[in-house]
Design a protein around this ligand. Sequence first.
Ligand code: BG6
Length: 489
Amino acid sequence: MPGITLEAITFSLFGALGDLALRKLFPALYQLDRAGLLHADTRILALSREPGEPSLHKARIEQALHNRIPAGELDERTLQRFAARLEYLTMDFRQGEGYAALAECVPAELPLIAYFATPASVYGDICRFLAATGLAEQARVVLEKPIGHDLESSRVINDAVAQYFPENRIYRIDHYLGKETVQNLIALRFANSLFETQWDQHHISHVEITVAETVGIEGRWGYFDQAGQLRDMVQNHLLQLLCLIAMDPPSNLTADSIRDEKVKVLKALAPLTPESIHQRVVRGQYAAGNVAGKAVPGYLEEENSNTESSTETFVALRADICNWRWSGVPFYLRTGKRMAQKLSQIVIHFKEPPFYIFAPEQRSLISNRLIIRLQPDEGISLQVMTKEQGLDKGMHLRSGPLQLNFSETYKSARIPDAYERLLLEVMQGNQNLFVRRDEIEYAWQWCDQLIDGWTRLGAELKLYPAGSWGPVASIALITRDGRSWYGDL
Ligand code: BG6
């Protein structure tokens, strides 16, 4: 990658044999190594509680690389270089002893990155021991979500970390911020005056944010059933997307300027009352159904499930932002597991022209939409109205896309995984793509109103068949306002 030279660092990964580390973090580190971005003296310390022969654990990590990385991107030289950087250490993160051994592997002159891919309840202990062994001085800490399950518990965790680390050395992950198209939102909005002048309640009628997944719980029942879709997806990924769409232009690209603007959006979210929750929020849970032609079980029939669970696997809601820019513009958010299609997209619906001069029967066609596709097929498309071609067509209108498909337009460019980008940013000491403490807390504060409301209202759970677009009530939620979810088949 031209223009980037990284200094040598020690990268320590707590929870190195967990699902996230094996599926995402080691493959991302491998890709950075393959791109020539890791300094020759950079070392990777894989830390886990699991005892046993280090070489066997290293072999497991190498096997994970083979499982996750496309064959064409696996090359022997990088694999060998990567293996030579990697060391495995068994340690109990809650006990002081292992940290002395860790300190011996960390050169005092190099920055240390401590990535916590562990339950958040352990973060405080790890920080305390890093401080006790003198390692905290040279360390940046990376915290995985979820940070808490409500405002209060997130404060406890953030306080525990803040006792040993200043905010400018804390990197809170929301991996959506590492996605290429999500970063492109900033470029799209603030490098194109075309959009920015149209970006408000005078020109936009409403905004949709959909993050639909086809996967179910994938063996994560224990975690997911405690969390549910609101805490797992809305509190973080969906609210971050909403902030990037709704925020005012920052005065520069520094982490704090961007984060200050995002916080203003979170503070302006309309409070949720029991009445608005009843009318504007839908909670769902998938029942058995078909995804991509394959029969799949319902949530309550998943492996290790509690058959009484009323945890939601789907949320749709209408959020309103109380400020000059967005007054009267609803933001419809929805996210669910086991839906019809894996699709993350944002649709900005522009208002109709102020005066209509075409044939009345064509009026319903008129609508400019900006569709920002985050995954799959990353790209941007602007639906514009044109005239149908042909002598016989008169002034018949049609809607067609002005389209930018990233993989087609930039054929040679590989789209990096979000974690590659995020790890690179931590290594460079850039906090732009990480979430500041107050962002997390305002997001919890808003979601807590929802959680409290559900508890008080005994929130009804609507079932939806796996492989669908969610409960019928989520369609009613938007049609009640005279609109529909864009593109649902
Ligand atoms: C994670 C959630 O943060 O994001 C998962 O915990 C979810 O439940 C995942 O499946 C979705 O990420 P992506 O990148 O596949 O859209």
